[in-house]
Design a protein. Structure first.
Length: 136
């Protein structure tokens, strides 16, 4: 049952900071942390055996409903970042993720709480697929 796999697993994804991610001082531009978090959530889905592309072909999409970010320290050009992602809560049509970005030294750089809602092709809320929430 995927709900148990999602709730019981912390996923970790590693990404390098490139010039395109930074400002003129070589520090990751504040909004670019959202890209790292998005990539890490996508990897979590992939590691759980879920293809976002396949879900989209069947009219199931995920839209960001709410994001809370807290910055602790800057990520810099060429840093190797590890983004840890866990799913805190699964409801009928929403998922809540806790995410943390650490550098190679293990320092916490940024954390996020991200709430996504499942929507159909018309961007209307829909229930998560039965396979996802553990239905028959």
């Amino acid at each position: 049952m995927l709900v148990n796999k999602f709730l019981a697993t912390e996923s970790a994804a590693t990404f390098r900071v490139y010039v395109e991610d930074t400002d003129l001082m070589g520090i990751v531009y504040h909004s670019n942390y959202l890209y790292f978090f998005e990539r890490a959530r996508t990897e979590m889905f992939r590691n759980a055996g879920l293809s976002l592309t396949m879900m989209a072909k069947h009219g199931t999409h995920f839209a960001i409903h709410e994001v809370q970010l807290k910055y602790h320290a800057p990520a810099r050009l060429d840093d190797l970042l590890t983004i840890k992602t866990s799913c805190e809560n699964i409801r009928a049509s929403t998922l809540v993720f806790n995410q943390f970005i650490h550098n190679e030294s293990g320092n916490l750089l940024c954390e996020a709480i991200v709430r996504v809602v499942c929507v159909n092709n018309e961007l209307k809320p829909k229930r998560l697929p039965k396979e996802f929430i553990g239905g028959n």
